[in-house]
Write a protein that binds this ligand. Sequence first.
Ligand code: ITT
Length: 201
Amino acid sequence: MKFVLATQNPKKREEMAAILSELGVEIVTEDELGVKVEVEETGETFGQNAALKAKAVMEATGLPAIGDDSGLCVDALNGAPGIYSARYGGEGLGDKGRCELLLDALHGKTDRRAHFETVICCVFPDGEWIAARGRCDGTIAFTPMGENGFGYDPLFFITDLRKTFAQLTPEEKAAISHRGNALRAFKPKLAKYLAEHPEVQ
Ligand code: ITT
């Protein structure tokens, strides 16, 4: 059985596919299936939005669909941009513009604590679903550093490693990231579902 990744973000897709490939299930993208499902993220939580994405893509393809909703929560901004991370500053700003906006919002603030959060949700054609959450703690750097990754990676500084996410290799990021942690929590749940539903394999 194939699983389709319910995301329009190519970088996120790469990260998810790399980690999910360890599960030994076949992963396809919306592009490969020739579908493009626009999902309005009207939920109030990462979990609600992840479920909305997965459900819409499952309904459009008839395949189990795995969605990810994620974001950066900054303590000094009361958790913003949070579920609005992709839209911070309005549509069309781009990753670089959003990083600049975040630096401006934190100008003069000494509390730089932040965390990334992800909820992964898989919705099956029989209506069953499984979900898992992941988190990664860090701080917001004073200037962008590194070229890898996407989104707020150049600003997300991991104290222990003395590097931003954008200065890590994909493998190093996956080993500690919110998405890596969510997918590692997701793995045994998916394995259990598959064991209980041999018809899905
Ligand atoms: P889909 O909804 O199509 O999956 P998206 O990019 O809109 O793609 P989200 O709604 O989950 O995804 O928004 C998450 C945003 O949070 C994303 O666009 C980035 O700006 C940021 N983000 C999430 N994970 C990140 C990561 O690992 N590194 C850097 N920024 C990340």
